[in-house]
Design a protein around this ligand. Sequence first.
Ligand SMILES: [Zn+2]
Length: 139
Amino acid sequence: MIEKFENLTVPGPTITPITKPFWDAVARKEFILQKCCECGEWVFYPRSHCPHCWSDQLEWKPASGEGTLKTWSIVHRPGHPGWAEVTPYVLGIVELEEGPSMLTHLLVDSDQKLKIGQPLKVKYIKCNDVWLPFFESKE
Ligand SMILES: [Zn+2]
């Protein structure tokens, strides 16, 4: 399963000064999220301001890398030709344990039975030279 993703030549994430800490952590196989110093809410995707209280006091904190499956879609026609050789693949929205949701690849077969609320955990895969966070079943 992992092997089919490792040799892909796919475009990496667009890294900005705001998102760089997240992607640097992924490359170290660490899962971090922003947390608001004012209201205490966790934030994902990375931003300059808290979407809950508009504070600009966001700190990067270690996070669990675990969550549950909120929904998913099986992709047969990829948005970029680099992903074509691994179709069909599964994209999911994971509700992270800390609260925010994250769109991500699911490390499952496209015909595997998936369930809303299914426990998932992060799994890091280096696609060509870019480390990406996938999620796999926790059990
Ligand atoms: Zn806040």
